[in-house]
Ligand binder design. Structure first.
Ligand SMILES: Cc1cc2nc3c(=O)[nH]c(=O)nc-3n(C[C@H](O)[C@H](O)[C@H](O)COP(=O)(O)OP(=O)(O)OC[C@H]3O[C@@H](n4cnc5c(N)ncnc54)[C@H](O)[C@@H]3O)c2cc1C
Length: 365
């Protein structure tokens, strides 16, 4: 019997695992893939996410960006710059393998599993049944991403929403010729990105309107127009789960973290920060509860409040932003507004800390 079973070895699962193992708990991590494995993600890590990791991740950083190019619709691009890093670039397969190795060093029991058939919660434990094996633990953390099976098996209501993104790597001789870029000029409710890495450039499209079909062809057209290349590799699309500020009802022994709990922000689709943060929060709740199941649930929901409030605010901002992109980007082009955002981002602040000076509270609106 394990103290905690975690399904999913992405940023949320490994962050939770690391803190639980550091306190001497017996932890099982289950994933459907051997690592390294490809995960659809542009691998942009904001300073606030970078500093959240309990260990130094600099060895998996391919590039640090101090300049971001913004391209509005029908207007000239402008640049936001800072002397400090605005975004760290990684490859998700490298970051996730690195984090998994960190928890393996700490003694995690990591297993690759086949399909999960059922999850059963009793008064004192949780059982996970796959096609071929069963596992038992005092608590279960569902950190299995946007299509979470834990969420599907345990939750009846739909508290979250799905947005979509598609990405590809483009091999380039000189990726350093490109700036990190958010390009809003091509389509309503969507943006394209260009994220330069060490030996390639990652490009993609993120869309807040789930009715828009994101096709490979969009990426080929964009790569041809902007990078003069059709050398696209590892094209992959995947949903991002937002709306996690509605995540509330939970079982006493089963908790969701990261994308499984809808904890990605809707504006630009940043999810790594919220995954790591929620993983750490659920771990801390289990550690602090001293084995009282009701208390874990209470503590976790209480601790989540501040990031949920943040996400609710991102949601409001994104609705305004995608309705009035020109006005919003115009605002960002004014030095006073731009400097406040850029300095705040580089300092590792959340959007609400930048705007309100402290974490967002509902009373502010
Ligand atoms: C195209 C794209 C680009 C993105 N770019 C960025 C970016 O640049 N920066 C950023 O901050 N965020 C980005 N995101 C969002 C970010 O990828 C996610 O928010 C983040 O990965 C969530 O972490 P997680 O640990 O919750 O889930 P995941 O990273 O999805 O990890 C879940 C893990 O669970 C495993 N799993 C899933 N189902 C099962 C199952 N049934 N059984 C066992 N294991 C299972 C998976 O194999 C995986 O290892 C992007 C998303 C997409 C789709």
């Amino acid at each position: 019997m394990f103290d905690v079973a975690i399904i999913g070895a992405g940023p949320a699962g490994t962050a939770a695992g690391f803190d639980l193992l550091a306190k001497g708990l017996k932890v099982l991590v289950l994933d459907k893939y051997e690592f390294p494995r490809k995960k659809a993600c542009a691998g942009g890590i904001t300073p606030k996410a970078y500093h959240l990791f309990r260990y130094d991740i600099s060895s998996v950083i391919k590039k640090e960006c101090q300049t971001i190019r913004i391209t509005p619709f029908n207007k000239k691009s402008f640049f936001i710059k800072n002397k400090n890093t605005l975004c760290y670039m990684t490859k998700r397969e490298d970051l996730d393998l690195f984090s998994l190795n960190k928890i393996i060093e700490k003694g995690v029991d990591f297993r690759v599993i086949k399909k999960i058939r059922s999850i059963k919660e009793t008064n004192s434990s949780v059982e996970i049944h796959t096609d071929s094996e069963s596992f038992k633990a005092s608590y279960l953390i569902g950190a299995d991403g946007a299509n979470s099976i834990v969420r599907r098996l345990i939750f009846s209501g739909r508290f979250y929403k799905k947005q979509f993104a598609i990405e590809a790597d483009v091999k380039m001789e000189r990726p350093d010729m490109f700036q990190m870029e958010f390009d809003f000029s091509k389509s309503k409710n969507c943006y394209y990105w260009i994220f330069p890495k060490d030996d390639h450039v990652n490009i993609g499209v993120y869309c807040v309107d789930s009715k828009v079909r994101l096709t490979k062809q969009l990426l080929f057209d964009y790569a041809k127009a902007r990078l003069h290349s059709s050398n696209l590799e590892a094209i992959k699309g995947y949903p991002l789960c937002t709306g996690g500020f509605h995540y509330q009802r939970d079982s006493k022994r089963i908790f969701l973290a990261g994308d499984a709990a809808g904890l990605t922000e809707r504006l630009l689709g940043e999810g790594i920060y919220f995954a790591v943060k929620s993983g750490q929060l659920v771990a801390r709740s289990i550690i602090e509860s001293e084995k009282h199941a009701v208390l874990v649930q209470m503590l976790y929901l209480k601790k989540l409040k501040s990031i949920q409030a943040d996400l609710r605010f991102y949601d409001l901002v994104s609705k305004w932003f995608y309705k009035f992109p020109r006005v919003s980007l115009k605002l960002l082009s004014f030095p006073f507004v731009r400097n406040r955002f850029v300095n705040g981002y580089a300092d590792g602040k959340t959007i609400t800390q930048i705007i309100f000076g402290k974490p967002y509270s509902k009373k502010k609106l």
